[in-house]
Design a protein around this ligand. Structure first.
Ligand code: CA
Length: 371
């Protein structure tokens, strides 16, 4: 639905309302019958890539369902399923595509084997942060490209949860230099995994629920997950002591709400608007939730669980950055669609960075000056 169409409908609805007022209470029954509250209730299933009610991510899925239920006045009821309750975490894309569920909550980089270009919408190593990514998606043409990319799969994607800058991850040994990355087996999905591979590491992609056991049993030497709030909830400190920052690989992860295209188009336009605005509210809610909780979770990790907080060495970050630029450019050259997305992302990042340097970045530096 275009903004023009929705505005026209709004105006005609207002005009109809005015006419009704002008006629007094002549036809109250007809107006009531036409009101949205008398339309039939639609029931949707939302499958997710997270454990049910999981802090942060699962809470985001719950927030989205509750927002849709509330904003639609109960006309669109969404039931949330945790990972493996209806389908496994990594089958969310297919389940929504084929209509097993009408809606999903996951992350775009999980589908890189099927849609490599989707990685641009999940997380880009050394790429834009949450504020910049949102600006690209909503105001810079990013979301239009994302929806075009998923249309052949009978899916409509929406941004539905920015994580902000993540943590670098949990390591069972200290990282002193790039030499310590060689041979490191690490759970790290998406483009970050490819970067690690080029630096000599061995990336694995595992659903969140499998991380703890894999790290504890030594199947992996390291794992990233999200930030302190999510990581504390998984108990990863019991399996590895060294906790590294910053999350170079995910300067933000943009979670996605997948909607079955046929189911979406079958909704009346006001319910389509509800879904669209509820996802946008969820996109903000997750970032607020994690920003509010990460620091106290970090304090708990350090002071109650004796976690060793470390910054990744500069030479490690510099080598990761060099590989990241190559990996992203190669992905951008992999198909005509990838080229369009890459060009849009790169050009937007360049122009917005020019602003961010003299606004947010300069402000953080000014705020940190000693007085
Ligand atoms: Ca992550």
């Amino acid at each position: 639905m275009s903004a023009k169409t929705s505005r026209r409908q709004l105006l005609s609805a207002l005009a109809a309302g005015s006419a009704g007022l002008a006629l007094g209470a002549c036809k109250p029954k007809e107006q009531t019958a036409a009101s949205p509250s008398h339309q039939k209730t639609v029931h949707w299933k939302m499958v997710t890539a997270w454990p049910r009610d999981f802090p942060g991510l699962g809470e985001g899925a719950n927030f989205l369902a509750e927002a849709i239920n509330a904003m639609s006045g109960g006309r669109l009821k969404v039931t949330v399923y945790g990972g493996n309750e209806l389908v496994p975490p990594f089958e969310v894309f297919d389940a929504v595509s084929n209509g097993t569920a009408q809606m999903g909550h996951a992350a775009a980089y999980y589908w890189k084997g099927k849609v490599p270009e989707a990685q641009f919408f999940g997380a880009v190593p050394f790429g834009m942060n949450a504020q910049e990514t949102n600006a690209w998606l909503y105001e810079g043409g990013g979301l239009d490209l994302w929806q075009e990319l998923y249309a052949p799969f009978n899916l409509v994607p929406f941004p539905a949860g920015q994580t902000g800058v993540q943590m670098g991850g949990w390591f069972n040994r200290e990282i002193h230099s790039i030499e310590d990355i060689r041979g490191l087996v690490m759970r790290i999905p998406g483009l970050g995994g490819e970067v690690l591979k080029r630096a000599g590491g061995s990336p694995k992609s595992l659903p969140g629920a499998e991380l703890f056991t894999a790290l504890q049993t030594g199947n992996i030497d390291a794992t990233e997950w999200v930030g302190s709030y999510n990581d504390l909830a998984f108990g990863l400190y019991q399996a590895a002591k060294y906790y590294y920052y910053p999350g170079w690989h995910e300067p933000t992860a943009c979670l996605e709400c997948l909607v079955n295209k046929k189911a979406f188009e079958a909704l009346p336009q006001d319910l389509q608007a509800v879904v669209r605005h509820a996802t946008r509210a969820t996109n903000a809610q997750l970032l607020d939730n994690l920003t509010a909780r990460n620091k106290s979770a970090l304090d708990t990790l350090i002071h109650q669980h004796q976690v060793q907080l470390r910054r990744l060495p500069d030479d490690v970050l510099a080598e990761f950055k060099k590989h990241a630029q190559a990996v992203i450019a190669e992905l951008g050259a992999s198909s005509p669609m990838a080229q369009r997305i890459y060009t849009s992302y790169r050009d937007f990042a360049q122009q917005v960075n020019g602003w961010m340097r003299i606004s947010e970045q300069a402000y953080f530096q000014a705020r940190d000056l000693s007085t």
